[in-house]
Design a binder for this molecule. Sequence first.
Ligand code: SF4
Ligand code: SF4
Length: 133
Amino acid sequence: MEHTVDELEAIVRNRICSVCTERTTDDQCGLEDPSSCALFRLFPQVAQAIQSVNSSDIQPYIDAIRRNVCSVCQEQAQDASCEARQQVQCALDAYLLLVVDAIEEATGKTFDKTGIQNLPAGPAVVPGPQLRL
Ligand code: SF4
Ligand code: SF4
């Protein structure tokens, strides 16, 4: 079944917010401004970027996110660096593997998690804004 972007966003919110370290004990987003979360502020671009890739390796997804999402994100500096990413404060970057998994599962694709072995060193992905790959 084909999902709308809104449906995909609801699926991803359900999956990611529930494990996000910003989540408060009363199930709210703990960010000062919840609408600033890059994952959902730019969700249409996130969904489009992930759906444009079909790989068992996470790197092409990271590349697509950098190219299609980070490039239009207000947090990215002119030299393509990102303080939020460096500080592991971007939920999109911190949880990218889970985001890809959720979207691919919802759209009928299977993301082969063995690709995690090919993860590059440096910030991007995995359980919790305090963790990095
Ligand atoms: S920071 Fe983003 S992913 Fe985390 S709880 Fe808030 S809206 Fe959800
Ligand atoms: S890594 Fe930085 S530039 Fe990319 S979406 Fe997150 S906050 Fe924006």
